[in-house]
Design a protein around this ligand. Structure first.
Ligand code: IPE
Ligand code: IPE
Ligand code: MG
Length: 240
Protein backbone atom coordinates (compact mmCIF):
# COMPACT_ATOMS: atom_id res chain seq x y z
CA UNK A 1 0.00 0.00 0.00
CA UNK A 2 1.33 3.43 -0.91
CA UNK A 3 2.11 5.80 1.91
CA UNK A 4 -0.32 8.68 2.14
CA UNK A 5 1.13 12.15 1.65
CA UNK A 6 0.66 12.87 5.36
CA UNK A 7 2.70 9.80 6.22
CA UNK A 8 5.64 11.29 4.36
CA UNK A 9 5.32 14.58 6.22
CA UNK A 10 6.46 14.56 9.83
CA UNK A 11 3.42 14.21 12.06
CA UNK A 12 2.94 16.90 14.69
CA UNK A 13 4.11 15.75 18.07
CA UNK A 14 0.79 16.63 19.70
CA UNK A 15 -2.64 16.62 18.04
CA UNK A 16 -5.80 17.65 19.89
CA UNK A 17 -9.29 16.85 18.63
CA UNK A 18 -12.75 18.14 19.55
CA UNK A 19 -14.79 15.01 18.84
CA UNK A 20 -17.98 16.78 17.76
CA UNK A 21 -20.98 15.91 15.62
CA UNK A 22 -22.15 12.61 17.13
CA UNK A 23 -25.69 13.86 17.75
CA UNK A 24 -26.16 15.16 14.20
CA UNK A 25 -24.73 11.94 12.78
CA UNK A 26 -27.36 9.96 14.69
CA UNK A 27 -30.16 12.36 13.78
CA UNK A 28 -29.37 12.05 10.08
CA UNK A 29 -29.92 8.30 10.42
CA UNK A 30 -33.05 8.54 12.58
CA UNK A 31 -31.12 7.01 15.51
CA UNK A 32 -31.02 8.07 19.17
CA UNK A 33 -28.18 10.48 20.05
CA UNK A 34 -26.44 7.80 22.07
CA UNK A 35 -26.02 5.71 18.92
CA UNK A 36 -23.96 8.64 17.63
CA UNK A 37 -21.80 8.60 20.75
CA UNK A 38 -21.23 4.87 20.35
CA UNK A 39 -20.17 5.38 16.73
CA UNK A 40 -17.98 8.30 17.85
CA UNK A 41 -16.23 6.06 20.38
CA UNK A 42 -15.38 3.63 17.55
CA UNK A 43 -13.98 6.49 15.51
CA UNK A 44 -11.80 7.48 18.45
CA UNK A 45 -10.36 3.94 18.68
CA UNK A 46 -9.54 3.97 14.96
CA UNK A 47 -8.07 7.48 14.93
CA UNK A 48 -5.96 6.76 18.03
CA UNK A 49 -4.47 3.74 16.21
CA UNK A 50 -3.87 5.86 13.11
CA UNK A 51 -2.12 8.56 15.18
CA UNK A 52 0.04 5.82 16.63
CA UNK A 53 0.96 4.63 13.11
CA UNK A 54 1.85 8.19 12.12
CA UNK A 55 4.15 8.61 15.12
CA UNK A 56 2.05 11.17 16.98
CA UNK A 57 3.32 11.21 20.55
CA UNK A 58 0.44 12.98 22.27
CA UNK A 59 -3.24 12.77 21.35
CA UNK A 60 -5.65 14.87 23.39
CA UNK A 61 -9.37 14.35 22.84
CA UNK A 62 -12.37 16.27 24.12
CA UNK A 63 -14.85 13.64 25.26
CA UNK A 64 -17.12 15.47 27.72
CA UNK A 65 -17.11 19.14 28.68
CA UNK A 66 -18.02 20.89 31.93
CA UNK A 67 -20.97 22.29 29.95
CA UNK A 68 -22.19 18.91 28.64
CA UNK A 69 -23.99 18.21 31.96
CA UNK A 70 -26.77 20.40 30.54
CA UNK A 71 -27.85 17.47 28.36
CA UNK A 72 -30.57 14.99 29.29
CA UNK A 73 -29.87 12.47 32.03
CA UNK A 74 -30.29 9.70 29.43
CA UNK A 75 -27.63 11.15 27.14
CA UNK A 76 -25.18 11.89 29.97
CA UNK A 77 -25.46 8.39 31.41
CA UNK A 78 -25.02 6.89 27.93
CA UNK A 79 -21.79 8.86 27.47
CA UNK A 80 -20.56 7.90 30.96
CA UNK A 81 -21.23 4.24 30.16
CA UNK A 82 -19.12 4.51 26.99
CA UNK A 83 -16.28 6.22 28.86
CA UNK A 84 -16.36 3.46 31.45
CA UNK A 85 -16.26 0.73 28.78
CA UNK A 86 -13.33 2.44 27.11
CA UNK A 87 -11.31 2.72 30.32
CA UNK A 88 -11.97 -0.93 31.15
CA UNK A 89 -10.74 -1.88 27.70
CA UNK A 90 -7.65 0.32 28.15
CA UNK A 91 -6.88 -1.42 31.45
CA UNK A 92 -7.36 -4.85 29.90
CA UNK A 93 -5.13 -4.13 26.88
CA UNK A 94 -2.55 -2.05 28.70
CA UNK A 95 0.43 -4.39 28.38
CA UNK A 96 -0.27 -4.91 24.70
CA UNK A 97 -0.81 -1.27 23.73
CA UNK A 98 1.71 0.37 26.08
CA UNK A 99 -0.07 3.73 25.95
CA UNK A 100 0.09 6.23 28.76
CA UNK A 101 -3.30 7.63 29.77
CA UNK A 102 -4.00 10.93 31.40
CA UNK A 103 -7.37 12.37 32.20
CA UNK A 104 -7.75 16.15 31.92
CA UNK A 105 -10.69 17.64 33.78
CA UNK A 106 -12.23 17.68 37.22
CA UNK A 107 -12.72 14.05 38.17
CA UNK A 108 -14.66 14.93 41.33
CA UNK A 109 -17.96 15.26 39.54
CA UNK A 110 -17.72 11.82 37.93
CA UNK A 111 -19.19 8.73 39.61
CA UNK A 112 -16.94 7.08 42.23
CA UNK A 113 -16.67 4.05 39.95
CA UNK A 114 -15.52 6.14 36.98
CA UNK A 115 -13.11 8.12 39.18
CA UNK A 116 -11.56 4.89 40.38
CA UNK A 117 -11.20 3.62 36.81
CA UNK A 118 -9.58 6.91 35.74
CA UNK A 119 -7.10 6.84 38.63
CA UNK A 120 -6.23 3.19 38.07
CA UNK A 121 -5.72 3.70 34.32
CA UNK A 122 -3.51 6.74 34.92
CA UNK A 123 -1.49 5.01 37.60
CA UNK A 124 -0.97 1.70 35.81
CA UNK A 125 -0.09 3.31 32.49
CA UNK A 126 2.35 5.82 33.99
CA UNK A 127 5.24 3.43 33.24
CA UNK A 128 4.76 3.92 29.48
CA UNK A 129 6.36 6.90 27.81
CA UNK A 130 6.19 6.48 24.04
CA UNK A 131 2.60 7.45 23.30
CA UNK A 132 0.21 9.38 25.52
CA UNK A 133 -3.53 9.79 25.22
CA UNK A 134 -5.11 12.63 27.21
CA UNK A 135 -8.79 12.08 27.70
CA UNK A 136 -10.72 15.27 28.53
CA UNK A 137 -13.62 14.29 30.78
CA UNK A 138 -15.66 16.88 32.65
CA UNK A 139 -13.05 19.20 31.16
CA UNK A 140 -13.44 22.93 30.70
CA UNK A 141 -10.50 25.18 29.93
CA UNK A 142 -11.70 27.95 32.25
CA UNK A 143 -12.37 25.43 34.99
CA UNK A 144 -8.86 24.04 34.51
CA UNK A 145 -7.33 27.52 34.91
CA UNK A 146 -9.43 28.24 38.02
CA UNK A 147 -8.43 24.91 39.60
CA UNK A 148 -4.78 25.69 38.79
CA UNK A 149 -5.14 29.17 40.34
CA UNK A 150 -6.60 27.64 43.50
CA UNK A 151 -3.76 25.13 43.77
CA UNK A 152 -1.20 27.88 43.25
CA UNK A 153 -2.86 30.10 45.86
CA UNK A 154 -2.78 27.19 48.31
CA UNK A 155 0.96 26.78 47.72
CA UNK A 156 1.50 30.50 48.29
CA UNK A 157 -0.54 30.34 51.52
CA UNK A 158 1.55 27.36 52.63
CA UNK A 159 4.70 29.39 52.02
CA UNK A 160 5.95 27.06 49.24
CA UNK A 161 6.28 29.85 46.64
CA UNK A 162 5.68 33.53 46.17
CA UNK A 163 3.04 35.18 43.99
CA UNK A 164 5.43 37.82 42.66
CA UNK A 165 7.83 35.39 41.07
CA UNK A 166 5.20 33.28 39.23
CA UNK A 167 6.06 32.73 35.55
CA UNK A 168 3.99 31.22 32.75
CA UNK A 169 6.15 28.09 32.92
CA UNK A 170 5.56 27.76 36.68
CA UNK A 171 1.81 28.19 36.24
CA UNK A 172 1.69 25.46 33.58
CA UNK A 173 2.74 22.97 36.22
CA UNK A 174 -0.61 23.51 37.94
CA UNK A 175 -2.63 22.75 34.81
CA UNK A 176 -4.00 19.28 34.01
CA UNK A 177 -1.57 19.26 31.09
CA UNK A 178 1.54 19.69 33.29
CA UNK A 179 4.53 18.19 31.47
CA UNK A 180 2.73 17.84 28.13
CA UNK A 181 3.92 20.11 25.29
CA UNK A 182 1.28 22.35 23.70
CA UNK A 183 -0.62 20.88 20.73
CA UNK A 184 0.70 22.08 17.39
CA UNK A 185 -2.59 21.16 15.72
CA UNK A 186 -6.18 21.30 17.01
CA UNK A 187 -8.85 19.71 14.81
CA UNK A 188 -12.56 20.35 15.09
CA UNK A 189 -14.83 18.31 12.85
CA UNK A 190 -18.63 18.85 12.63
CA UNK A 191 -18.57 22.19 10.81
CA UNK A 192 -18.61 24.33 13.97
CA UNK A 193 -15.93 27.00 14.07
CA UNK A 194 -15.42 27.60 17.76
CA UNK A 195 -13.26 26.17 20.50
CA UNK A 196 -16.00 25.49 23.11
CA UNK A 197 -13.69 25.87 26.13
CA UNK A 198 -11.08 23.38 24.86
CA UNK A 199 -7.45 23.97 25.91
CA UNK A 200 -7.56 27.80 25.91
CA UNK A 201 -4.15 28.07 27.59
CA UNK A 202 -2.40 25.29 25.67
CA UNK A 203 -3.72 26.21 22.21
CA UNK A 204 -2.73 29.88 22.38
CA UNK A 205 -0.46 29.31 19.34
CA UNK A 206 -1.91 26.10 17.92
CA UNK A 207 -3.02 25.80 14.32
CA UNK A 208 -6.76 25.17 14.12
CA UNK A 209 -8.25 23.06 11.35
CA UNK A 210 -12.06 23.11 11.18
CA UNK A 211 -13.57 20.36 9.07
CA UNK A 212 -17.00 19.78 7.67
CA UNK A 213 -17.29 16.12 8.59
CA UNK A 214 -19.21 14.69 11.56
CA UNK A 215 -16.96 12.90 14.05
CA UNK A 216 -18.36 9.36 13.53
CA UNK A 217 -17.57 9.76 9.80
CA UNK A 218 -14.08 11.17 10.41
CA UNK A 219 -11.70 9.00 8.37
CA UNK A 220 -7.98 8.34 8.57
CA UNK A 221 -7.71 10.33 5.33
CA UNK A 222 -9.42 13.28 7.06
CA UNK A 223 -6.69 13.19 9.68
CA UNK A 224 -4.03 13.03 6.96
CA UNK A 225 -5.68 16.02 5.24
CA UNK A 226 -5.62 18.02 8.50
CA UNK A 227 -1.91 17.25 8.90
CA UNK A 228 -1.28 18.34 5.31
CA UNK A 229 -3.17 21.57 5.98
CA UNK A 230 -1.07 22.07 9.14
CA UNK A 231 2.10 21.79 7.03
CA UNK A 232 0.81 24.50 4.68
CA UNK A 233 0.48 26.98 7.56
CA UNK A 234 3.17 29.48 8.35
CA UNK A 235 3.63 29.57 12.11
CA UNK A 236 5.13 32.83 13.28
CA UNK A 237 4.54 32.89 17.06
CA UNK A 238 4.40 36.66 16.94
CA UNK A 239 7.64 36.99 14.99
CA UNK A 240 8.08 38.07 11.38
C1 IPE B 1 -19.86 15.47 20.61
O1 IPE B 1 -20.98 15.30 19.80
C2 IPE B 1 -19.89 14.60 21.84
C3 IPE B 1 -20.11 15.35 23.08
C4 IPE B 1 -20.21 16.65 23.19
C5 IPE B 1 -20.21 14.58 24.31
P1 IPE B 1 -22.32 16.10 20.06
O2 IPE B 1 -23.19 15.27 20.93
O3 IPE B 1 -22.07 17.47 20.53
O4 IPE B 1 -22.93 16.13 18.60
P2 IPE B 1 -23.74 17.32 17.93
O5 IPE B 1 -22.87 18.52 18.01
O6 IPE B 1 -24.99 17.47 18.73
O7 IPE B 1 -23.97 16.85 16.55
C1 IPE C 1 -17.59 20.32 22.54
O1 IPE C 1 -18.71 20.04 21.78
C2 IPE C 1 -17.39 19.28 23.61
C3 IPE C 1 -17.04 17.94 23.15
C4 IPE C 1 -16.88 17.58 21.91
C5 IPE C 1 -16.84 16.99 24.20
P1 IPE C 1 -20.13 20.67 22.12
O2 IPE C 1 -21.09 20.09 21.15
O3 IPE C 1 -20.45 20.50 23.56
O4 IPE C 1 -19.89 22.22 21.85
P2 IPE C 1 -20.91 23.35 21.41
O5 IPE C 1 -22.09 23.24 22.33
O6 IPE C 1 -21.29 23.08 19.99
O7 IPE C 1 -20.15 24.62 21.55
MG1 MG D 1 -21.75 19.21 19.55
Amino acid sequence: MALSKAKMLPAPQHIAIIMDGNGRWAKKRGLPRNAGHKAGAETFRRIAAHCNDLGVKYLTVYAFSTENWKRTEEEVSGIMFLLESYLKEALRDMEKNRIRFQVFGDLNRLSPKLQKLCRETMERSSVYHDVQVNFCMNYGGRDEIVRAARAFAADVAAGKCSADSLTERDFENYLDSAGVPDPELVIRPSGEQRTSNFLPWQSAYSEYVFMDVLWPDFSNEDLDAAIEEYHRRNRRFGGT
